[in-house]
Design a protein around this ligand. Structure first.
Ligand SMILES: *[C@@H]1O[C@H](CO)[C@@H](O)[C@H](O)[C@H]1NC(C)=O
Ligand SMILES: *[C@@H]1O[C@H](CO)[C@@H](O)[C@H](O)[C@H]1NC(C)=O
Ligand SMILES: *[C@@H]1O[C@H](CO)[C@@H](O)[C@H](O)[C@H]1NC(C)=O
Ligand SMILES: *[C@@H]1O[C@H](CO)[C@@H](O)[C@H](O)[C@H]1NC(C)=O
Ligand SMILES: *[C@@H]1O[C@H](CO)[C@@H](O)[C@H](O)[C@H]1NC(C)=O
Length: 414
């Protein structure tokens, strides 16, 4: 009789079972070879790490200052930057030394933008910080702002603050650490930057700028992840404003499930004649790292031979004293501030209801007219201000880091 159900199992004896066979003496090598390989791999990694570690020069650092603001805004460290030029970004704030914009609260430094009044804006067509004797720039465009009533333009609609160490603390190679909460609020820009103490290689960006960190105040939904959860760090450099490929030397770092206004973070810079990098909270958490290479920044920029008008693009970074680090081989100072708006591309037109266009003939007025949208976002709890708890600066003090004598033969530009 045929069984109703026939087993479909493979019949005994038809399957090869290698584990039951007597062991082939070559079997051992099947294990030894990969083990030896793995050990060799670890050995190579270890040796490379050791050599890498050995090649990192551990420089000595000398404290320039450390400030926890327990003694207020110390004039032996900080100067107020007072300008109405928009800081090369077309920003919408005048920076002041007013106590409403820069002050100490609970032993911490606060930088907080505030609004001008409608009456002031309607009645003011010229701001002349030169005649007031307060301007901290020697460029007239940073000190004097005149607007055209016929075109219905306005002077800076917002007051803010920016502290700098230009007259008191500059470094050439060294370290900086800033413990801060960055500002939340629409169209705010928290800025922690280092600027050249003098425009030795020419005006911006030829003498360089080190952006330790900039964060927008817009919330995390802004422009595909470019809100307050992200810090951008970069170097600015180039023969002039038409040629400045900062993208080659930049990076971003996102806060973990949070925004940078929520809690204090440490923003660190380490800069030697061989490299420069920025980290957040831990030295290994780098935002960008740039190794200075032979050929220097002019080779890195890979600039075209000439401008569109036919003039040759010249290398501004030549002459005695220069090297792979140039222009980041001269003294720089630290600046901390909160910018507002701007027309240089930090905020893309049309995103999150941006109320002005970078190409507008009166962007400040467009911005001001929309204050009912953005001003309340500055007034939310914990928003509208950058809070700085501690700042420390060290100068690298070995390897002739502070020796500028090699530069003396070079004629200064501008
Ligand atoms: C601003 O003030 C300076 C110094 O007093 C003066 O020379 C200049 O003409 C003024 N500019 C304007 C536009 O008022
Ligand atoms: C002021 O704006 C009006 C209207 O846009 C324009 O015709 C005039 O040329 C402007 N004046 C100056 C001095 O720019
Ligand atoms: C983010 O900001 C936009 C614009 O102000 C606002 O519409 C939105 O509600 C905000 N989202 C959150 C989660 O706060
Ligand atoms: C050509 O353009 C560059 C960059 O804008 C400028 O610096 C230079 O002066 C211009 N040259 C001439 C001859 O106009
Ligand atoms: C923020 O709130 C303060 C106090 O309530 C008020 O004086 C100020 O006008 C508000 N600012 C903005 C930008 O809404």
């Amino acid at each position: 009789m045929r069984p109703y159900f026939r087993s479909r199992r493979i019949q005994k004896g038809t399957v090869d079972r290698p584990e039951l066979r007597t062991k082939d003496p070559r079997w051992i090598w099947m294990n030894i070879v990969p083990i030896v390989g793995i050990l060799l791999g670890f050995g190579i990694i270890g040796t490379l790490s050791y050599l890498g570690y050995k090649s990192v020069v551990n420089h000595t650092y000398c404290l320039v200052f450390t400030d926890d603001f327990s003694s207020g805004i110390n004039p032996a460290i900080w100067q107020y930057e007072i300008q109405t030029g928009g800081y090369d970004n077309g920003e919408f704030e005048i920076t002041t030394s007013d106590v409403e914009n820069v002050f100490i609260r609970d032993g911490q430094l606060v930088i907080r933008p505030t609004l001008q009044t409608e009456e002031y804006l309607q009645s003011t067509t010229t701001v002349n910080l030169t005649s007031a004797g307060t301007c901290t720039s020697n460029v007239p465009g940073d000190c004097i702002l005149q607007v055209n009533n016929t075109a219905e333009d306005i002077v800076m609609p917002v007051k803010s603050g920016r502290l700098m160490t230009k007259n008191t603390a500059v470094i050439r190679y060294g370290r900086v650490e800033i413990e801060a909460k960055l500002a939340a609020g629409q169209w705010l820009l928290s800025q922690m930057i280092m600027m050249p103490a003098e425009n030795y290689y020419g005006s911006w960006p030829a003498s360089g700028e080190i952006n330790i960190g900039i964060a927008r105040g817009n919330n995390a939904t802004y422009n595909g992840g470019n809100g307050n959860q992200r810090v951008q760090s970069n170097l600015y450099w180039g023969p002039d404003t038409t040629q400045e490929p900062w993208q080659y030397t930049s990076g971003t770092r996102d806060a973990l499930h949070s925004e940078y206004h929520e809690k204090f973070h440490t923003f660190g810079l380490e800069w030697t004649e061989d490299y420069i990098f920025v980290w957040i909270d831990y030295r290994l958490a780098q935002v960008f790292y740039t190794k200075f290479r032979p050929g220097g920044f002019f080779a890195l920029g890979n600039f075209p031979a000439s401008y569109s008008n036919g003039s040759l693009i010249e290398n501004p970074w030549t002459g005695p004293g220069t090297g792979p680090a140039t222009p980041f081989d001269r003294p720089f100072y630290l600046a901390l501030g909160v910018g507002v708006g701007g027309t240089s591309g930090w905020f893309d037109d049309g995103v999150q209801g941006k109320p002005w266009s970078d190409k507008s003939t009166a962007p400040r007025l467009d911005f001001w007219k929309a204050r009912d949208q953005w001003a309340p976002t500055w007034n939310e709890t914990g928003a509208g201000e950058m809070i700085v708890r501690k700042v420390t600066m060290w100068q690298q003090c070995d390897d002739g880091a502070t020796d500028l004598s090699a530069f003396t033969k070079r004629g200064k530009k501008k």
